[in-house]
Design a protein around this ligand. Structure first.
Ligand code: G6P
Length: 605
């Protein structure tokens, strides 16, 4: 989490640092700050809360200088106060940090008599560098010594008072990228998006690299060494530039509404990229698939498990990355692993990927950011091509993940010989029709708004689904929690009797996902159980299901979705879950695109 940026050039950097931070705000928005170096002294401005607070301060009192660094924070160590806000500065250095210094307590204890200003783990780095410089090291020797001290994950941008031409970046376990602007202006940031409008090319630093940006020159050193290495300069995709709401009130609504286009693009993309995955591995010989992800991406993996097992007869395990990496999992020879991540930068997912790769198991990445760490480190890559997702609550990236996974399942099932040619053709036809069905489902946008006050006044909600809609119940509950702060839980409907039924009373809202299929009668029994305890049921079904409700219809609130093949119901039934969460949060006046305590990209474990 946290976004960092640095600029070194021949013109003032204050407001360009601010613009870069605006583009990085998705990484955290607890506090922000920038520092510049001018005439041998640091000028710093920091503010608690969102970037607008820093912007206000900078407009009143801009900081001078042609070199500077900035930070937008998602608090880990220390409350989100101004004192804990980055940049941190000492006698000789100022720096910004993304990540966690795991041995900060031990390092802090060794720095006796040093007055600490903040509660952060990051400030320890300032004082360590100051100490090395006081001992007579030059900046390079100080960095080299520092790197032997630090344990944990970090990306740093550092300024040295005594070397005003130098901007240093260090990256270990957290990404950092160098951007080449015009007139020898150089940039450093956690994500290329920060400087995309100003640069045509970038260099992605590799694990452990540290870099000096100095008067148009970029010098890269490999892990903990003083020698130099060359890393490629690659063009920056122009897509990275355009981040606008296109007239919508929030990015989240824009991203929900663009899902039909996203689906078409993802499926088209799949047709051009499937060969490397399906031809690279002998899918008949693959004995099992481990899917590893976090958050919403984990739920996409849970849906894929139903698909791979039912259609491809391929055993699948799905793990939350933070659990997987520490549970000493057994990985059988002949298995394959799939890492799903919108950002491609989630720390736990990256760590799990490295762990699996080390065991010699083939690793496939499914990512939305093609330049991300997971995209670069996986053996093969599938792209979702959902476009930049700004809303912290993931919507279109999830839909694109499902689209790619469904297409992949069909292809793999065919290669494994578990579906005949005609079935493959029919499933592919269903896929071709999916964006039209999503367009139709989006029309629920208006009727669902009327539900918002009912939910807005509620303290809790239960989402029920069966089969491949169970993960969608989990995702629906997550969306509501994330942006409206209403407690919600997703449950496999069959589990209702094993606990959650105890919660039901006349105030409890129960959202039921029930397309008309072989499990419909079973889920109807669950609805009866809820109604017998006076719970309020909101029922999502199709016209067939509506007819089958009979008298029950009068006791519940029903929304009708288009009929869809059982294979693709998860895609269609996700849409009302997103819309519902969005309208409830809007009704409550919540901060939709930047919900409290969350960040789009979780780059610390
Ligand atoms: C954060 C985001 C979620 C996202 C999760 C996993 O928690 O707020 O929206 O699903 O990280 O992120 P990834 O980029 O790996 O899909």
């Amino acid at each position: 989490m946290c976004g960092i940026i640095g600029i070194n050039g021949a013109t003032e950097v204050c407001f360009d640092l601010l613009s870069g931070l605006k583009r990085l705000e998705y990484r955290g928005y607890d506090s922000a700050g920038i520092v510049t170096l001018y005439n041998g002294s640091f000028s710093r401005q920091r503010a608690q809360g969102k970037l607008v607070n820093l912007e206000r301060k900078l407009k009143e009192c801009p900081v001078p200088g042609n070199v500077g660094i900035g930070h937008t924070r998602w608090a880990t160590h220390g409350a989100p106060t101004e004192l804990n806000a980055h940049p941190h500065q000492g006698k000789h250095v100022a720096l910004v940090h993304n990540g966690i210094i795991e041995n900060h307590a031990e390092l802090r204890a060794n720095l006796k008599d040093v007055p600490f200003e903040s509660e952060t783990d990051s400030e320890v780095i300032v004082h360590l560098l100051d100490a090395y410089l006081d001992k007579g090291c030059d900046w390079g020797e100080a960095i080299h010594a520092l790197l032997q001290d630090l344990k944990g994950a970090y990306a740093l941008a550092i300024l040295f008072k005594e070397w005003p031409d130098v901007l240093v970046g260090v990256c270990s376990g957290s990404p950092l990228v160098v951007g080449y602007g015009t007139e020898e202006r150089l940039f450093l940031a956690s994500d290329v998006v920060a400087f995309a409008p100003s640069c045509a090319e970038a260099t992605y630093l590799e694990e452990g690299d540290w870099v000096e940006l100095n008067k148009g020159q970029v010098t890269i050193h490999p892990k903990k060494a003083l020698s130099t290495v060359t890393r490629p300069r690659v063009p920056i995709s122009r897509d990275q530039e355009c981040i606008t709401k296109e007239g919508y009130q929030h990015f989240m609504l824009k991203e929900i509404m663009e899902q039909p286009t996203v689906l078409d693009r993802a499926l088209k993309m799949y047709r051009t990229q499937d060969c490397q995955i399906t031809k690279k591995y002998d899918w008949k010989q693959i004995s099992s698939l481990s899917i590893i992800a976090c958050g919403t991406s984990f739920y996409a993996g849970c849906v894929a498990k139903y698909w791979f097992e039912k259609i491809g007869r391929l055993p699948v395990s799905v793990d939350i990355a933070s659990e997987f990496r520490y549970r000493d999992p057994t990985l059988l020879p002949g298995s394959c692993a799939l890492f799903i991540s919108q950002s491609g930068e989630t720390a736990d997912t990256i760590a799990a990927l490295r762990f699996v790769k080390q065991k010699g198991i083939p690793c496939i990445g499914l990512v939305n950011v093609p330049e991300s760490s997971i995209a670069r480190e996986a053996d093969s890559i599938l792209q979702t091509q959902a476009g930049i997702e700004v809303g912290v609550a993931s919507t279109k990236a999830f839909i694109a993940q499902l689209a790619i996974l469904s297409a992949l399942v069909v292809e793999i099932a065919s290669l494994r010989g578990t579906i005949p040619h005609e079935e493959k053709a029919s499933l592919q036809q269903d896929l071709m029709a999916i964006s039209g069905l999503v367009t139709e489902t989006l029309k629920l946008s208006i009727p669902l708004q009327t539900l918002a006050p009912r939910f807005g006044q509620s303290k809790t909600a239960l989402y029920l689904g069966r089969g491949s809609l169970y993960p969608i119940a989990l995702e629906g509950a997550l969306k509501l929690k994330e942006i409206s702060y209403i407690h919600a839980e997703g449950y496999a409907a069959g589990e209702l009797k094993h606990g959650p039924i105890a919660l039901i009373d006349d105030k409890m809202l129960i959202i039921v996902l029930a397309p008309y299929n072989d499990l419909f009668e079973k889920i109807l029994s669950n609805v009866q159980e809820v109604l017998a305890r006076k719970g309020q049921v909101v029922f999502f079904t199709d016209t067939h299901g509506m007819r089958a409700l009979g008298q029950l219809e009068s006791q519940i609130t029903v929304y009708i979705l288009p009929a869809v093949s059982p294979f693709l119901v998860p895609i269609v039934y996700t849409i009302p879950m997103q819309l519902l969460a969005y309208y409830v949060a809007t009704f409550k006046g919540a901060d939709i695109d930047q919900p409290r305590n969350l960040a789009k990209s979780v780059t610390v474990e």
